[in-house]
Design a protein around this ligand. Structure first.
Ligand code: NAI
Length: 378
C-alpha cells in the first residue's frame, strides 16, 4: 500500500501537541511525514523538520512557503495538519482547503462563528476533508459508549454530565508567567479562556456520545484570579435538540485535579461513565443491576470500539493512539471510505457558536440563549 503524504504546520520542537500528532499520524504506516512548516521561527522550523527526516526542499520556513511549494507538485501532500496557536487556524485552514488539500485543524477551529461558517462553506465547495482534532472522541471506549447509546442499551438519554477541570493554572503566584497569562488575555485568546480551551472538548464529547446537538445554553463564568480578564472557571447548563439535559463544569483552578476530563450519560435504563485518566474502561450500570467494567479489547464490543482497540486487552492505550485513530479514520476517508465518527468542520463551528453564546449568556447573568450557528438553525 502506498503511504499517504502528510505535512504539518506548527507542532515544532517543544510544542505541547506536536508529538501526539507525529506519533498518531505515523503509528499505523498509513502516512509518511513529507513536509512541514513547524515553527514560527523559519530557521528553527526548517532545522527541526530536517531532524524528523523531512527532505530539505520540503522543510519550509512558513505555511505560505509550504503552500506555494506543495500546490503544484505531482507528489504533493495528501493531508496537512494545522497545529499552530488558535488565532492562525482560520487563515491557514481556508488557504489549504481552497488550494485543494485535505486538512486536520486543531481546536478551536476558528476564533469567530463567522469564520467557522466560512470554513464549512469552503470545505463543502472544495470537496476536501476538513477534520477537527476532537481526539477524545476517538478513544475506543468512547466509541463503545456512543455505540451503546445508538443501540438504545441505556434507553433514551435523560442527562449528560461532563467535567473538564484541572488545576494547572491555579497558582496565583504563577499567573503572570507568559505561558499562562496569554490564555486569559483577550488579545491572544479571544473571547473566552477556559471554556474555549477545554470546555469545548467536553461539549463536543457530550454531543458525540449522545449522538445529539446542543441547542440552548446558560453559562456562569468566573475569573477566580482577579488579574485575569477571561474566565478560568465556567459552569454551563445546556439542552440538546433531542431533549437531553446537559451539565458541564470546566476549570483551570481545580488544584488537585490533573487532566480532569470525565463524562457520565444517564439513560432511562442505564448509565455510563468514562474518564480520560482511565480511558481503557467504560463503566456501565443497567437499571436495577450491578455496575460493570467494560474493557477495551474484550470480546463483544461494538464494531467501532473493536476496530479502534490496537493492543491486547489489559495493555493500556492512551492519548497518542486516540490521535492515531483520528488519522486512521482520515486515511480511510481520503481513500473514499467515509467514517461518521470523524469530527469535522460542522463540529468546529458548533463549538465556536457555543463559545460565543456562553460568553453572551454569562454577560447576561446566565440567560438561556440559542447556541447553534445560524447555518444550523431551523
Ligand atoms: P504550543 O505553543 O506548545 O506550540 C505551538 C507551535 O506552533 C510552536 O512550535 C510554534 O513555534 C508553532 N507556530 C506558531 N505559529 C506558527 C506559524 N504561524 N507557523 C508555523 N508554526 C507556528 O501550542 P500547543 O499547546 O501545541 O497548541 C497548538 C494548538 O493545538 C492550539 O490550537 C491548541 O488549542 C491545540 N491543542 C489541542 C489539544 C487537543 O487535545 N486536541 C491539546 C493541546 C493543544
Amino acid at each position: 500500500m502506498t503511504k499517504l503524504k502528510w505535512g504539518m504546520i506548527g507542532g515544532g520542537e517543544g510544542s505541547q501537541i506536536g508529538p501526539a500528532h507525529r506519533l498518531g499520524a505515523l503509528a499505523d504506516g498509513r502516512f509518511e511525514m513529507t513536509a512541514g512548516a513547524l515553527d514560527h521561527r523559519p530557521e528553527a522550523g526548517r532545522a527541526y523538520a530536517r531532524t524528523l527526516g523531512i527532505a530539505a526542499d520540503r522543510a519550509y520556513g512558513d505555511w505560505q512557503e509550504m503552500l506555494a511549494g506543495e500546490k503544484d507538485r505531482k507528489d504533493r501532500i495528501d493531508l496537512v495538519t494545522v497545529a499552530t496557536p488558535n488565532a492562525t487556524h482560520f487563515e491557514i485552514t481556508k488557504a489549504y482547503l481552497e488550494a485543494g488539500f485535505n486538512v486536520l485543524c486543531e481546536k478551536p477551529m476558528t476564533m469567530t462563528v463567522e469564520e467557522g461558517e466560512e470554513i464549512v462553506r469552503v470545505a463543502e465547495k472544495s470537496g476536501k476533508i476538513c477534520a477537527v482534532n476532537y481526539c477524545y472522541s476517538a478513544y475506543p471506549m468512547v466509541r463503545q459508549a456512543r455505540a451503546m447509546v445508538r443501540a438504545a442499551e441505556i434507553g433514551k438519554v435523560r442527562l449528560v454530565v461532563t467535567n473538564f477541570a484541572h488545576g494547572h493554572h491555579g497558582d496565583a503566584t504563577d499567573a503572570d508567567n507568559p505561558r499562562v497569562r496569554w490564555r486569559y488575555d483577550p488579545a491572544m485568546a479571544g473571547v473566552s479562556g477556559q471554556f474555549a480551551d477545554c470546555g469545548i472538548h467536553a461539549l463536543h464529547m457530550a454531543s458525540f456520545i449522545c449522538d445529539d446537538k446542543v441547542k440552548t445554553l446558560s453559562a456562569d463564568f468566573a475569573s477566580t484570579i482577579p488579574s485575569r480578564v477571561l474566565e478560568d472557571d465556567a459552569m454551563v447548563n445546556f439542552r440538546m435538540e433531542g431533549g437531553t439535559v446537559g451539565r458541564l463544569w470546566t476549570s483551570s483552578v481545580a488544584i488537585g485535579r490533573q487532566h480532569g476530563f470525565d463524562i457520565q450519560v444517564f439513560g432511562e435504563t442505564g448509565g455510563l461513565r468514562w474518564a480520560s485518566e482511565q480511558p481503557n474502561q467504560l463503566i456501565y450500570t443497567p437499571v436495577g443491576g450491578r455496575t460493570q467494567i467494560i474493557e477495551k479489547g474484550e470480546s463483544g464490543l461494538h464494531e467501532d470500539a473493536q476496530r479502534l482497540s490496537r493492543v491486547a486487552i489489559a495493555h493500556p492505550e492512551g492519548f497518542p493512539l486516540a490521535v492515531a485513530n483520528i488519522y486512521c479514520d482520515l486515511a480511510d476517508a481520503i481513500a473514499g471510505e467515509a467514517r461518521d465518527g470523524l469530527p469535522n468542520a460542522a463540529d468546529g463551528v458548533r463549538s465556536m457558536a457555543a463559545v460565543h453564546t456562553a460568553v453572551a449568556s454569562a454577560q447576561e447573568g446566565g440567560a438561556w440563549l440559542d447556541a447553534r450557528p445560524s447555518i444550523f438553525r431551523d
